[in-house]
Write a protein that binds this ligand. Structure first.
Ligand code: NAD
Ligand code: NAI
Ligand code: ISE
Length: 337
């Protein structure tokens, strides 16, 4: 049976996910789309030659009997409303990160899902599906570097638009590390601090860039993450795990080693869509298969909540310049490890 999906938000990642559902994945098709900009929704239907209805109201799309599952790829602040609407209709929903822009909003989703009684939500944290991160986790889990002690990470984008703000370095960008590092270490965070180095001249006047976030986990692992969203040179994701007996680094994306014009080098990607392209495919196929098999297994609403609790503390730490505590309470039995 082909799963019939409705998409809310036909922007950059909405269109990219529509492309993969339509051209790369199996078992699903897009039957309805909505965007706050209806022309963009219509253009998307034309571009991907979809046999899909354009709804001018997102809630009408959620209620459409032809729509069996939802993809929420609109702006972050709209996610909570649409995910809650999907849960109210008992429809599975894949929501791009962040699940909601505050921990309180994520908690409302967690509570609604638990009240519904069955998992319906998968969050678009794709890095746990990336082959490089999975290889890194295997090295740690198999004890090849002993117990992890420290992590040195970097999340660098070439540039961001003028609407990108200082808190978005946390809620939009660091949120990926907040998710993947707790998955990688099988641990949770207890504190966060944010340090501001000298500002890049390429950052807009209202943006603090770069930033360094210092995290501590329940087992005492110390993590530093450099967020640098106007680094100019490329889209560069780094993760180095220092253990008791060795160091494990996230593999670089495959690239031809080129000897040419008296230089030896490899290409650095510039587009986030390319850096994790395989992981996006696997996560979304996992969502489709999970619905078919009656059990979603990917990043849960609890994972979305856990990342948001840490993000709230980081945003507070940006303002106070102090070490801020992170506490998310007990994991509900509804979300087994
Ligand atoms: P975008 O601005 O290109 O697209 C967002 C779209 O949502 C726009 O077309 C906008 O018109 C539409 N929209 C906004 N509010 C709406 C509403 N109330 N109803 C219907 N449509 C609405 O942004 P984007 O880069 O595609 O990002 C969208 C989401 O995906 C964000 O939450 C972002 O954090 C996330 N994202 C995730 C990744 C990832 O690596 N997982 C990468 C990029 C973006
Ligand atoms: P698992 O599903 O047994 O989970 C491992 C641990 O990580 C658990 O403690 C769980 O609570 C936690 N976790 C899972 N997702 C998380 C997230 N997004 N954020 C924080 N913590 C998270 O382990 P497995 O099978 O290694 O799966 C890990 C992820 O990869 C899952 O999201 C899963 O759906 C996905 N997956 C990907 C496959 C692939 O081929 N790339 C195959 C199977 C699973
Ligand atoms: C964007 O929304 C993403 O999710 C990208 O993966 C991230 O690198 C970027 O900083 C975000 O703005």
């Amino acid at each position: 049976m082909t799963l019939q999906i409705g998409v809310i938000g036909t922007g950059a990642i909405g269109q990219d996910h529509i492309r993969r559902i339509t051209q790369a994945l199996s078992g699903a098709r897009v039957v309805a789309v909505n965007d706050i900009n209806p022309q963009q929704a219509r253009d998307t239907v034309a571009r991907y030659q979809l046999d899909a209805i354009v709804h001018t109201d997102a809630h009408t799309l959620v209620a459409d009997p032809a729509v069996q599952a939802l993809l929420v790829t609109s702006w972050g602040p709209t996610h909570e409303e649409f995910v809650l609407a999907a849960i109210a209709k008992g429809k599975p929903v894949f929501c791009e990160k962040p699940l909601a822009v505050t921990a309180e909003g994520c908690r409302r989703i967690v509570d609604a899902e638990i009240a519904h009684g069955k998992r319906l939500v998968q969050v678009g944290f794709m890095r746990p599906y990336d082959a490089g991160y999975r290889a890194l986790k295997d090295v740690i889990t198999n004890g090849h570097i002993g117990a992890p002690l420290m992590l040195h990470c970097a999340h660098r984008n070439p540039s961001v638009g003028d609407s990108y703000t200082t808190p978005m370095a946390i809620t939009d960008t660091l949120i990926h590390e907040l998710d993947v590092l707790r998955w990688l270490l099988d641990d949770d965070y207890v504190s966060a601090q944010v340090v501001f180095p000298r500002k890049s001249s390429h950052a807009s006047s209202h943006l603090a860039d770069p930033q360094i976030v210092l995290l501590e986990t329940t087992r005492g692992v110390r993590i530093d993450v450099e967020i640098f969203v106007n680094c100019q040179y490329g889209y560069d994701i780094q993760c180095s795990v220092v253990g008791e007996t060795g160091i494990a680094n996230l593999p670089e994306p495959a690239s031809v080693l080129l000897r040419s014009e008296a230089r030896l080098g490899t290409t650095i990607l510039t587009d986030w869509k390319q850096r994790f392209i395989d992981a996006y495919d696997v996560e979304l196929q996992g969502f489709i298969n999970g619905i078919r098999d009656g059990a979603l297994t990917g990043p849960s609403a609890w994972d979305g909540y856990a990342a948001a609790v840490a993000a709230d503390a980081c945003v507070k730490a940006q303002e106070t310049r102090q070490v801020e505590a992170i506490s998310m309470g007990a994991r509900p039995a509804f979300y087994p490890r």
